[in-house]
Design a protein. Structure first.
Length: 294
């Protein structure tokens, strides 16, 4: 047994003792790679390493508002890949989070992911803070008018087309005579670019993120899973936990300030394997596998 496995047993004992009642979880793209969705920064498989074909000035430009205004096509090419739908199934890690919620132990889940797999796994929406927004809604970047037709949005994305704002801003007099000799007017539309409400670089995070970030200070256990903790302000969340609160990292690599606190536990490797080990130590393994298969 290595050190992390002994520590994981201690974490399990802590949860079983009933003293961990408010578990706060922070997740990133790494919990969805097993579902077939690439993460961003993994050296070979990550999206940023594979965006060369889209001719971007730098990979992050795909989520840059100024760049999107000039050229929305690279983002929509990516959106086609990432758009939530029946294509992707929640992973064991997602199922574990749903299990925590079912056992009334999940205080708040902060996710950076836009794939909506937490909901799909059955984590109650009121426990989830989608810190970087999601594909659930969309609006015009010029007039901010919501684009309400979700079905049309989905069609556009699937066809790789860029949807445009349909808000009527006026009428153009039509010169030609219409039916019955009456003059017909043409509606003038806003036509601005429509963008899903996911947070681009330079945009503010949703209000809910700031309103609920205090929940980290209420945590008696913090779990961080599948994130490089490179993007702020999200990356600052684990540091907001009280000093004596154990923080557990399930990730391929060490990230953020993990390892600087006495009670940090690092379970380095695949996060599904890590949560299975924790579930074993908790005696929850069968329940976890069943929840995942459902
Ligand atoms: P990253 O791609 O930056 O980090 C993913 C982390 O998960 C890395 O540390 C990987 O090593 C790790 N990882 C990958 N697969 C794993 C697995 N199966 N098990 C365990 N760990 C694994 O993704 P995020 O941290 O989520 O912004 O990125 C943060 C933000 O940067 C994203 O929300 C996105 C991006 O720009 C927007 O979309 C607006």
């Amino acid at each position: 047994q290595n050190l992390s496995e002994r520590s994981l047993a201690a974490v399990a004992d802590f949860i079983k003792s009933g003293r961990a009642r408010r578990i706060v979880v922070m997740t990133g793209a790494g919990i969805s790679t097993a579902a077939g969705i690439p993460d961003f920064r993994s050296p070979e498989t990550g999206l940023y390493a594979n965006l060369a074909a889209l001719n971007l000035p730098e990979p992050e430009a795909v989520f840059d508002l100024a760049f999107f205004q000039q050229n929305p096509r690279p983002f929509y090419a990516l959106a086609r890949e990432l758009y939530p739908g029946a294509r992707y199934r929640p992973t064991v890690s997602h199922a574990f989070l749903a299990l925590l919620a079912r056992k009334n132990l999940l205080h708040v889940l902060f996710t950076q992911n836009i794939d909506c797999l937490e909901r799909a796994a059955g984590v109650p929406p009121d426990r989830i803070i989608e810190a970087h927004g999601s594909f659930a809604t969309q609006r015009c970047i010029d007039c901010r008018e919501p684009f309400a037709d979700d079905a049309k949005m989905r069609e556009s994305v699937e066809r790789g087309e860029v949807p445009r704002c349909e808000r009527v801003v006026g009428r153009d007099e039509d010169e030609t005579d219409g039916i019955g000799g009456k003059e017909q007017d043409e509606e003038r539309r806003c036509g601005g670019l429509v963008k899903p409400d996911i947070v681009f670089f330079g945009e503010a995070l949703p209000k809910a993120f700031f309103e609920r970030s205090g929940a980290v200070q209420e945590a008696d256990l913090v779990l961080v899973m599948g994130t490089s903790l490179q993007v702020h302000p999200f990356a600052g969340l684990p540091n907001m936990a009280e000093e004596e609160v154990p923080r557990v990292l399930f990730n391929l690599e060490r990230v953020g300030s993990f390892g600087t606190r006495a009670d940090d536990v690092m379970v380095l490797g695949d996060c599904d394997a890590g949560v299975r080990k924790l579930a074993d130590a908790l005696g929850w393994r069968d329940e976890l596998e069943k929840a995942w298969r459902e």
